[in-house]
Design a protein. Structure first.
Lengths: 323, 295, 235
């Protein structure tokens, strides 16, 4: 290796970092201007699911745990937030906080149980636990059965900004989503995140270093549940609705698909995946085509043809094309 | 002595019978799941969809081709099994070498496809399927009335379960299967066509699910959602029993069916979550499952 | 000496996933011979045997056996050509009893031994029929692993380190059994680190190093070449 290539290989990361920074700024700028061009409620939906998928990716992509029960956190928080805002008449922030806290507690409980069993049982246990929450949502009086909780008041941000204005609602959700994504980004890049990845790669080695993998997994799982709940809470307020749809196992499956499709274990992937899936469903809902069938087809195609997901494949392609 | 805690004995026994029937279906399904997991290392999420397919195959054979119950009960599992063989050959086979998370996701996708397709074509509503005339009526046992068809369902599914168990534990074929779960490469080196055996195993177990579906058709209506609601309960059953033992899977399934039936009698509101509550308790007390070999 | 070898391996290469392990192995085995593969740990001896029966990743080269190219034979059909495999880790199935293990491999050719004959060869196995296979001691498991392929009628046996980790008395017994098999006309490839044991039955020795055959020594010339051999083995 001669000196010029060495210099350029040293500079590459820095250049990459600036490009990435610019790209990020561009995306944020686009998101700020987006309501001018696109129906804000649709954008809000994308944001909520992007956050949900990114939170889910924390356990699947970074800790290597396949949870089949994340709908319980997303949908459960939606119910609690809706109830808090409508019946308890809590202000916006407290209602969202209540939903998020509920999801965190539920995540702690699910995690404590599911992590006791290894590997493939984890998926089955989380699925079964989430189904239990679903049945409770069907039966408990406060959830409103098939109708769900409707006409949830949006309230005021910080007591002043009226969220009935859809643009204000959009920017609030955008702020919340960015906050959530930053938390995830910080977690993944912290020593904690590195240990998590090490556990996924080789659990025995981490154990032999005197660390307790279970504890790390549980913290990651709880954090993921809390952020999923945060996404669900924002969605409940923005759409003024909490319903059974958000707690079904289909929803747990959908967030897996978003993550898989975008590329698990990457930061951007789940966001890309969520946008694609939400966009696809939006398009399909008017086409008369069977949505469930097509979602299933996407799963099969993803698993068989590109397991790294759109973003993962793109990254691999870029890395291959590099000298 | 006609009441227990205020519940008439006849009602209690009726619910127990229903529980036992559900338990038989759980047994047929969890048995298949356990064998597939042991041999292929795959959690077959599509198992419920194949159960639903069995029900639909029976219904279609009856309504479209006018086939009788018995022919249907024979043909439906075969059709479902054949589809299973195709799925194994085309898809699952290619995933054995990657993390088995992917085969779970694949079968999940297949489950969604099948459910979505049938819902699109046939609608969400249940399709009635008449009880065959040879099995209508019932027997008065003195303390309760036992409908013939229900008795038949229990006998038929338990017989199939026991035969499957015997084949695995007591025959040469069973020895090949058991050995393949340990060391497929070596079994292959002894001249046994392991890939074919895996395909046949998957087809057979999925066929069992189809059999359960066809058997269930006259009891419950046939509907696209019948598979996904049962598969999650069966997963809980499998978590409770552990997948290490075939006999254990059968016993656990029956016991949970009965527990569900009892809950329905004494505290109906909790009946849909009874199995999950038991699962939570088992995870707390014996994390590796009741019948697992590891603990 | 114009007789064509029973097994003729030329330029055999093998991979485990991405890693290239065998880089061109050449050797041959004539009918009725006992040939050893020796070499230090990781030289590729086990991989060579596994390549012959098709349980590695990718393979390249030529392995002609009784007129067939083994690399083109489906893995489950190799045994049907009369090739019996005794793996290094013995491969006794824990979910099967001793008798079930013994009766496990199907007999593909006529001329296999009866169960009683096998018990005659390995008396330690007698009376243990219903014990779980892996409850046997290491030496007994080795006997079971050899015994079970004798039933199949295999006349070409691949033996991977049958003496590894086994008490001297049992090694004697295994050696005696192998000599009986040789007298019966069986052809054997023996992977061995124990030179004394190898010398007591083998006709020729191939030395492997880093995935290639680096030397061939006939058993008569073994003593004369001891220095060279020790250098290969790094002792
Ligand atoms: N399953 C595997 N995957 C990847 N590499 C492997 C695998 N098995 C063996 N190897 C590598 O292939 C090389 C040859 O291994 P092999 O087992 O053939 O050696 P050996 O000569 O039998 O050694 P030993 O005397 O220790 O049994 C070694 O470098 C080993 O690390
Ligand atoms: Mg070896």
């Amino acid at each position: 290796m001669n000196s010029t290539t060495m210099v350029s290989s040293l500079q590459a990361p820095r250049r990459l970092r600036t490009t990435r920074g610019l790209l990020l700024a561009l995306v944020v700028l686009l998101m700020i201007c987006a309501p001018l061009a696109i129906y804000p409620l649709f954008l809000i939906k994308i944001l909520c699911f992007a956050l949900f998928a990114a939170a889910f990716n924390l356990v699947l992509g970074y800790a290597g745990l396949l949870s089949f029960g994340h709908a319980a956190f997303f949908g459960g928080a939606a119910y609690v937030t809706a109830h808090a805002a409508k019946i308890w008449q809590l202000p916006f922030e407290l209602a969202v906080l209540a939903g998020t806290a509920f999801a965190a507690l539920l995540g702690l409980a699910f995690g404590t149980l599911a992590i006791r069993r290894h590997g493939i049982y984890f998926a089955m246990i989380t699925l079964a636990l989430a189904q239990m929450i679903y049945f409770m949502a069907v039966q408990m009086p406060f959830t409103g059965g098939e109708d769900g909780i409707q006409a949830v008041p949006r309230g005021y941000l910080l007591g002043i900004i009226d969220l009935r204005d859809i643009t204000a609602m959009y920017y609030t959700v955008l702020g919340g989503t960015i906050l959530g994504l930053v938390i995830i980004w910080r977690t993944v890049n912290s020593p904690f995140g590195h240990i998590l990845s090490a556990i996924r790669e080789n659990e025995t080695r981490v154990t032999s270093l005197g660390l307790k993998p279970e504890r790390y997994k549980l913290i990651a799982f709880t954090l993921s549940a809390a952020l999923s709940g945060f996404a669900g809470a924002l969605k409940a307020i923005a759409f003024q609705l909490a319903s059974l749809v958000d707690v079904t196992w289909h929803m747990s499956g959908e967030v897996i698909l978003m993550t898989l499709l975008g590329g698990m274990g990457t930061l951007i992937g789940p966001i890309v995946g969520a946008s694609v899936v939400v966009g696809l469903e939006h398009f399909l809902s008017t086409s008369g085509l069977p949505i469930t069938f097509i979602i299933g087809l996407f799963f099969v195609v993803c698993v068989m043809m590109f397991r790294r997901g759109v973003f993962g494949e793109l990254k691999a392609l870029l890395e291959r094309s590099k000298p | 002595m006609t009441d227990i805690f205020g519940v008439p004995i006849a009602v209690l026994l009726g619910q127990l019978l229903l529980g036992l029937i559900n338990g038989s279906f759980y047994a047929l399904l969890s048995l298949g799941l356990a064998i597939i997991f042991g041999m292929l290392n795959v959690i077959n999420f599509a198992h419920g969809a194949f159960y639903m397919l069995g029900g639909f195959a029976a219904w279609l054979l009856l309504t479209a081709l006018g086939l009788g119950y018995w022919e249907t009960l024979f043909a439906a599992p075969l059709m479902v099994g054949a589809l299973g063989a195709v799925v194994e050959r085309l898809f699952l086979k290619r995933l054995y070498r990657v993390d088995h998370l992917y085969s779970l996701l694949l079968t999940f996708g297949i489950a969604l496809m099948l459910e979505g397709l049938f819902r699109h074509v046939f609608g969400a509503a249940g399709k009635p399927y008449p009880i065959p005339s040879s099995l209508t009526g019932g027997i008065n046992l003195g303390f309760m009335f036992l409908p013939m068809y229900r008795a038949w369902v229990i006998v038929a599914s338990l017989t199939v379960c026991v035969i499957t168990w015997l084949v695995i534990e007591r025959t040469k074929l069973g020895a090949y299967l058991r050995a393949s779960t340990e060391n497929p490469g070596l079994v292959q080196a002894f001249g046994i066509n392991v890939p074919l055996m895996l395909t046949m195993t998957y087809a057979f177990c999925v066929g069992l699910a189809g059999f359960a579906g066809a058997l269930a058709a006259p009891l419950y209506q046939v509907s696209p959602g019948m598979g996904s609601s049962v598969i999650i309960v069966v997963f809980a059953v499998v978590v409770i029993g552990g997948m290490g033992s075939i006999g254990g899977a059968i016993v656990t399934a029956l016991a949970l069916g009965i527990i569900e039936g009892l809950t329905k009698t004494f505290y109906p509101a909790a009946s849909s979550i009874a199995v999950f509550v038991v699962m939570v308790l088992v995870i707390l007390i014996r994390p590796s499952g009741l019948f697992s070999r590891e603990a | 000496m114009a007789e064509t070898p029973l097994l003729d391996v030329k330029g055999l290469e093998a991979w485990y996933g991405e890693s290239h392990v065998l880089h061109g192995i050449d050797f041959d085995v004539r009918k009725g011979e006992v040939v050893t593969l020796i070499g230090r740990n990781g030289a590729g001896k086990t991989t060579t045997l596994r390549s012959l029966i098709g349980v590695v990743g990718k393979r390249r080269g030529a392995c002609s056996y009784k007129g067939a190219d083994l690399l083109k034979v489906a893995p489950h059909k190799v045994a049907r050509l009369g090739i019996g495999y005794v793996p290094e880790e013995r491969g006794i199935f824990s979910s099967l009893t001793v008798l079930e293990n013994l009766l496990f491999p199907p007999a593909w050719q006529a001329g296999g031994m009866a169960v009683d004959e096998i018990y005659g060869l390995f008396p330690n196995l007698k009376g243990r029929d219903s014990t779980s296979g892996t409850r046997l001691s290491g030496g007994e498991q080795q006997m079971l692993a050899i015994g079970r392929i004798l039933r199949t009628g295999a006349d070409f046996i691949l033996l991977d380190e049958p003496t590894e980790g086994i008490a001297p008395v049992i090694i004697e017994e295994i050696g005696a059994a192998l000599r009986i098999l040789k007298d019966r006309g069986m052809t054997i490839i023996l992977v061995e680190q124990n030179l004394r044991f190898a010398a007591s039955i083998a006709d020729r020795h191939y030395v492997l190093d880093q995935g290639t055959v680096v030397d061939e020594i006939s058993n008569n010339a073994l003593d004369a070449n001891m220095d060279r051999l020790n250098r290969y083995l790094g002792v």
